[in-house]
Design a protein around this ligand. Sequence first.
Ligand code: OGA
Ligand code: NI
Length: 353
Amino acid sequence: MAGKSLFFDGVPLAKSVQEMSVNGDEPPPEFHVKDGSLGCTDSSHLSLSVSVPIIDLSLLSSSEKELQKLRFALESGGCFQAIGHGMSSSFIDKVRGVAKQFFGLPREEKLKYSRAANGAEGYGHDRVVSEKQVLDWHSRLFLRVFPEKQRKLNLWPEKPDNFREVLHEYYTKLKQMMDLLFKAMEKSLDLQENSFLGQFGDNPVMHVRFNFYPPCSKPDKVLGLKPHSDRSSVTVLLQDEEVEGLQILKDERWVTVPVIPHALVVNIGDQMQIMSNGIFKSPLHRVKTNKAKLRISVATLYEPEPEKEIGPVEALIDDKKPRLYRNVTNYASLNYEWYQKGKVPLEEVKFHA
Ligand code: OGA
Ligand code: NI
C-alpha cells in the first residue's frame, strides 16, 4: 500500500508510466481494469474500424447537405473527423512536433512544470480522488489556454523554444473554428444564433491536454484512458499522426477512430448534450494501449464560463421532448469527482419533474 499512499499525497508517481514503460516493468495492479466495470476491456466489445463521418467545415455555411451530415453525426455517434478546418498541414505537423519534443525532454526538465498536489494544471498524471480509481497508462500536460489572462505561464514549457508561440497560434485558430462550428450546430437544429454560444458567458474556458501514451506490456489489462465522456461542450482532438488508439462507443460497440493525418477529431461533450436537451450525444470513449508504439495526442476542451448556469435550450423542450436535464453551474468540477467515484455524471444532472 506504500505506493498507493504516495498517490494520495499527490506526490508524482514513484515511477512514471514512461519510466515503467522504458524499463519494461509490468503495470502494477492499480492500473488493471476490472471486468464488468466501466473500464472493461472484454473482447466481446470488438473493435471494428467502422468509419466515423468526415465533415468539411468549409462547406457548412453554404451547403445544406453538409449541415445535415453534421447534425446526423452529432445525433448518432456524437463524433466526426473535421477537414476543411482552415489549418495547413504543415501547421498541424508543427503542433504535433512541439508536443513530441516536450515529452521527449529529460524527466527533470518536464518536472519543472509538475502539477501541484491539488492543482489541475501542469505535467503529471490524473489526480487520485478515490480508493477505487483505476489508473490510466499515460502522462499528460494539462493547461488552461482561455481566458488568456488566466494562463499560468509558469506551467507553460519554455522548451521547445517555440512551444508557447505555436500553442498561442493553434488556439487562436481553433477558437475561430469553434465559433464557426457552434453557429453551424445552432443552424442545423433551426435554433436562433447564440442559443448555445450565448450560454458560454464572457469568459469561456479552453483547456489543452497533451496526452502521452507509452508502450504497455499488458494491453489486454490496461487502458491508456478509461471509458469516459468529456465534460466539455465540444472536444477537438489532434490524434497521433500514425498510431491509432481512440475508440468511441457506438451502438454498443467500440469503434476505432481511424487516423486521418491532418483531420481534427471532434466530439460532443456532456455540457452540449445538456444544452441540446439530449439531441447531440456525448459519446463514451476510451484509449487502448499497445505493446510496441507510443502515441501522442492533443485534446482541447471548450466549455462555458464555470459560474454561468447552463441548461437545455428552451426551443428544444416541448411535449414530445420534455426537459431531460436540470440547469447546472460548475459542471466541470462536479463531473470529475463523480466520474472518478464510478458515477455517471450525466445521470446526476437528470431533471426530475
Ligand atoms: C481526452 C481523450 C483521447 C486521445 O483527453 O479526453 O479522450 O486519443 N483523449 O488521447
Ligand atoms: Ni475524452
